[in-house]
Design a protein around this ligand. Structure first.
Ligand code: GLC
Length: 411
């Protein structure tokens, strides 16, 4: 089941998603590790739930923004490490339904995704700091830990049973132990009994994609804040998850925003590795996505409207297959090669050296402007480019080639 071709094709076609980190930690506005990093006493942290009543939780707006950005799915933190649930759970009172907000945010979110035709992804933290036994660990407190494992199973199955079709299950932190001691001689997957749980999940949600953070490899890998320049396993799917500033959860003082160009470059690099790109937003305590995030997302959306053909559903290329002087990514799909130029050739000619195929035509993808192609041995000269770079971001050249793109090497 894991890796089944249709589901991976679905993922590949979606390519770009919105990660949303939101919960009680949006109130202190110091990021989602606040409870742990500042050793907040449990009663004090739990009291935040009494103040969590966002005036502007409008997931329809989030979904429309994601769509305008060219994103095709979302992944929402149903429960982060702090243990607070944004969904209705019969296994705890520490939920948004049983405290001030009295709302099931996961339900509203899932409905909004479906309304906009976006894939529905749920993030769920395996570890849970709301259990004192978690910090003692499975060796020191096997009974207490067993209770957490049961809770993990129960809540995952609740999410998989009560919210209609879920496309993606993003587990987190099964092997990231914040307690003293070890897992003993067991693997994280054995401690959490992840195999057994994932089998049950697949029975409830036959089409679901599951990430690798339950301790089992399942369907896809999740490099974090890292854009893969090589891909270890050519048959495996990957999704890079990335922050837009330096934080996942809302952090008031973090102004380290990536530029729109940086985001586009990360997206095209991911696409050239056949990898998805999950870009994070951290809404504030009222449910508002920071303006800085929205500005960048709208700009990426404009770029994708003109250049999306080169990004969605592209094939995997072998890293370092291509050489050309434009310092951008090269993407391939069917009989097309897309060159993503970030540096602009001042004399209107770009030179490419690694393409073996006969090139049938060349054009600027964004406006269809025709370019010239001349081959001289291994070198291909693409000419007729405007002398001034047409636009502030990556420019894509679309080469139509004969057959499936192939590389030519120096020898
Ligand atoms: C980490 C962090 C977490 C964040 C996640 C996103 O494992 O613990 O706060 O949610 O990565 O990938």
């Amino acid at each position: 089941m894991p890796g089944s071709k249709d589901r991976l094709r679905w993922f590949n076609e979606r390519r770009f998603g919105m990660f949303i980190h939101w919960g009680l930690y949006s109130i202190p506005a110091k990021g989602e590790w606040h409870r742990y990093h500042e050793a907040v006493p449990p009663e004090e942290y739990r009291a935040l739930a009494g103040k969590f009543n966002p005036r502007f939780f409008r997931p329809g707006e989030w979904a429309r923004l994601a769509k305008d950005a060219g994103m095709r799915y979302m992944v929402f933190t149903a429960k982060h490490h702090d243990g607070f649930c944004l969904f209705d759970s019969k296994y705890t009172d520490f939920t948004s339904v049983k405290t001030a907000a009295k709302r099931d945010f996961v339900r509203e979110y899932a409905d909004a995704c479906r309304e906009e035709g976006l894939g529905v992804g749920v993030y769920f933290s395996v570890k849970d700091w709301d259990f004192p036994a978690y910090f003692r660990g499975p060796e020191a407190d096997s009974g207490g830990f067993e209770e957490i494992v049961r809770h993990f199973h129960n809540q995952t199955l609740e999410l998989m049973s009560n919210y209609g079709k879920i496309d993606i299950l993003f587990y987190d932190c099964s092997d990231d132990a914040n307690f003293r001691g070890h897992w003993g001689n067991k693997s994280a997957s054995e401690v959490w009994r992840s195999k057994e749980l994932n089998e049950q999940v697949r029975k409830l949600q036959p089409g679901i994609l599951i990430n690798n953070r339950s301790g089992e490899p399942e369907d896809y890998g999740t490099p974090e804040n890292q854009i893969p320049h090589t891909v270890e396993d050519m048959d495996r799917m990957y999704e890079a998850c990335v922050t837009m500033n330096h934080s996942w959860g809302y952090r008031e003082g973090d102004h380290n925003w990536k530029s729109t160009q940086e985001i586009i470059s990360q997206l095209t690099t991911c696409a050239s590795r056949g990898c998805n790109y999950l870009l994070n937003v951290g809404p504030d305590r009222e449910g508002r996505i920071p303006q800085e995030s929205a500005d960048r997302l709208y700009q990426v959306g404009l770029w994708l409207k003109a250049n999306g053909e080169a990004v969605y559903g592209t094939d995997r290329v072998i890293p370092n297959w291509w050489n050309y002087s434009g310092h951008g990514s090269v993407l391939t799909k069917k009989n097309h090669v897309y060159l993503c130029l970030t540096d602009w050739p001042k004399e209107g000619v770009e030179i490419l050296t690694t393409i073996k195929n006969n090139i049938l035509s060349a054009r600027l993808l964004a406006n269809g402007e025709k370019l010239t192609v001349r081959r001289d041995g291994r070198r291909v000269f693409i000419g007729g480019l405007p002398l001034t770079k047409p636009g502030p971001w990556t420019v894509v050249i679309d080469l139509e080639v004969e057959g499936t793109p192939e590389a030519s090497y120096y020898y």
